[in-house]
Design a protein. Structure first.
Length: 147
């Protein structure tokens, strides 16, 4: 079994500076690993602390949703950056019925605010099905001039 800390970056040393991809087991403990990898990667890009914090928050929400709302055994993360934005993509392997959507959680609910948070801290986000129609990619873009 692959643990989150033993999972390897895909082409870690050969990855172009503007993008990186990695895969992690679909376990709650992998969320922290995904956040740490995002923080390390953006740290090499001299990213503004505010953008870094918001990107880490987005990663947490999207990765957690992929674990909670799919039947995936593995989650793929793709990070991209250019002069204007940072893009976080989270790909799952298998969807349960339904489409990700922003919803209004009741004040006493402990969950249900993830995509509302993503929507409020990004300039755009979306969902794309994979070519087989079983999995999906949820992505979010954060504006930045510091990247």
């Amino acid at each position: 079994m692959t643990t989150p800390d033993s999972a390897q970056w895909d082409d870690e040393m050969a990855a172009p500076s503007h993008a990186v991809e990695f895969r992690l087991p679909a376990h709650a403990s992998s969320v922290a690993v995904a956040r740490r990898r995002l923080r390390l990667w953006l740290g090499t890009r001299e990213c503004d602390d505010g953008v870094l914090d918001m990107a880490v928050l987005v990663m947490s929400e999207l990765f957690t949703n992929a674990i909670t709302h799919t039947d995936s055994t593995e989650i793929t993360c793709v990070l991209r950056a250019d002069e204007d934005s940072v893009r976080v993509e989270v790909r799952d392997q298998g969807c349960k019925p339904g489409q990700p959507r922003v919803r209004q959680a009741a004040a006493d609910e402990e969950s249900g605010r993830g995509l509302l948070i993503v929507s409020s801290v990004t300039n755009r986000w979306g969902v794309a099905r994979d070519e087989h129609g079983t999995g999906r990619t949820i992505w979010a873009a954060l504006p930045t001039a510091a990247v």
